[in-house]
Design a protein around this ligand. Structure first.
Ligand code: ZN
Length: 83
């Protein structure tokens, strides 16, 4: 039986499985824990040490301060669950 990729439980919060999302504008995939917003690019090794923060990544992409990322948008404007 063919198995899809099995993503680990988030190493940061241990509450959720890390899932594949993509940015709506570019289609770029990434890994995200929706519980604690831990973010990894596909090339990152998923680990507590390597986790980025979704807000920081999105802020950098949009050129806004990280505390203003969600001021006038929601997750579903920016990213979507893939697959
Ligand atoms: Zn987490």
């Amino acid at each position: 039986m063919e198995m899809g990729p099995v993503w680990p439980v988030c190493p940061c919060c241990e509450q959720m499985f890390v899932q594949v999302y993509c940015f709506k504008d570019s289609g770029e995939p990434f890994l995200l824990c929706s519980e604690c917003d831990a973010f990894w690019w596909p090339d990152d090794v998923v680990g507590e040490d390597t986790a980025r923060l979704l807000d920081d990544v999105v802020a950098a992409r949009l050129g806004v301060a990280s505390d203003g990322v969600w001021a006038d948008r929601t997750w579903s404007d920016v990213l979507e669950l893939q697959g």
